[in-house]
Design a protein around this ligand. Sequence first.
Ligand SMILES: [Zn+2]
Length: 60
Amino acid sequence: MQGVNQTMMHNMQSLSKSQTSVSKIECYVCGKGLEDGHCITAKTLPNGTVLFCDVHYSLQ
Ligand SMILES: [Zn+2]
């Protein structure tokens, strides 16, 4: 069990590091985010995953 706990701790640390690398959740097009009252949705494109607000997500 101890080994399992250590693995979980390691995964959580890796996850938190990756989240801090993403500065902010905001629209890829207009840069508006949850703080501006927009609903942000992730969309997977051939060149990677990008985030769109409710306006620009429907335009894609
Ligand atoms: Zn937008």
